[in-house]
Ligand binder design. Structure first.
Ligand SMILES: NC(=O)c1ccc[n+]([C@@H]2O[C@H](COP(=O)([O-])OP(=O)(O)OC[C@H]3O[C@@H](n4cnc5c(N)ncnc54)[C@H](OP(=O)(O)O)[C@@H]3O)[C@@H](O)[C@H]2O)c1
Length: 268
């Protein structure tokens, strides 16, 4: 796939009220695209729309919970009414985390993580296929995580949701190749956003790492270049390479690390 121009395109972004989604919406509207921003916090979406009033493109929004079928359908109806049923890019970005040992978590938390990070994205994709097929340059961009390639303790539910997204994206890419729909899997490492403040359970940690703006720029670059998948940081790339080359060694290192962590918690 050659270089794709992102200008004047119709783009849906989920989770556009903060972090990576908000940064992608901002950059894409500033470069002349038309974005439909989805998230629950309406005031945030309105604020973003006001901020981008003078930008080259445009931003519309629909506030709602992406896990609800009726809300996803309303986004699809909006595309039919306002964009003549043509969607160029779908960015599945909305996501939530959960931190803590599996044994201390519960079914409600697991199901919530899977509903937002996986089922909602997959069902929105299913609903969007007919509109994507109307585009000359259709793309589904799934924001996953390094934790969708290499698993870490204390994040079993989150890893499960992102591994699921990884597997889904790889299968869909092959199925959609004949339709000309590109499937791009973007896997950021730790990113500075509201993500850690919003984790469903467990101790939240101080977010460090890449800025959401930088992640957005790299994700947009991957869409333009028609990449299969991108791991955004060197740390992430090294971790995943290590896991693929020496999986048992990494597992032993993580097991020792987790045992030390658990012991220091019991001791403190
Ligand atoms: N931050 C990191 O370290 C990191 C690393 C790797 C991958 N990621 C992935 O990057 C993506 C974006 O995360 P972020 O870091 O930008 O976090 P963020 O600032 O917390 O943004 C998450 C977005 O998802 C939306 N969202 C959550 N639940 C939703 C629901 N039920 N319905 C609709 N929207 C919902 C939130 O909007 P509302 O609350 O307004 O609904 C928000 O806009 C996620 O998929 C995350 O897993 C993040």
């Amino acid at each position: 796939m050659g270089f794709r121009k992102l200008n004047g395109k119709n783009i849906v972004i989920t989770g556009a009220s903060s972090g990576i989604g908000r940064a992608m919406a901002t950059q894409l509207v500033r470069s002349g695209n038309h974005v439909l921003a989805l998230a629950r916090r309406e005031e945030r979406l309105k604020e973003l729309q006001d901020e981008l009033q003078l930008a080259a493109g445009s931003l519309a929004y629909l506030a709602g919970d992406i896990t609800l079928e009726a809300y996803r359908q309303s986004a699809f109806d909006w595309i039919s009414e306002n964009w003549g049923g043509t969607l160029d890019v779908l960015v599945n970005n909305a996501g939530i985390g959960s931190i803590g040992p599996f044994a201390k978590s519960d079914e409600v938390t697991l199901r919530k993580v899977m509903e937002v990070n996986f089922f909602a994205a997959v069902e929105l994709t299913r609903l969007s296929l007919s509109a994507l097929k109307q585009s000359d340059v259709p793309v589904v961009c799934n924001i996953a995580s390094v934790l969708g390639h290499t698993a870490m303790p204390m994040k079993s539910e989150y890893c499960a949701s992102k591994f699921a997204m990884h597997g889904f994206s790889d299968a869909l890419r092959i199925e959609m190749a004949a339709e000309g729909i590109n499937v791009v899997l973007v896997s950021p490492s730790t990113t500075r956003s509201e993500f850690f403040a919003a984790v469903l359970s467990g101790a939240s940690q101080q977010a460090k790492g890449m800025t959401a703006d930088k992640v957005a720029t790299l994700a947009i670059k991957a869409i333009k270049k028609g990449k299969r998948e991108v791991l955004l940081s060197w740390g992430g790339r090294c971790l995943v390479a290590f896991d693929r080359l020496l999986p048992s060694t990494l597992s032993r290192i993580l097991t020792r690390w987790y045992a030390r962590q658990s012991a220091s918690k019991v001791g403190s």
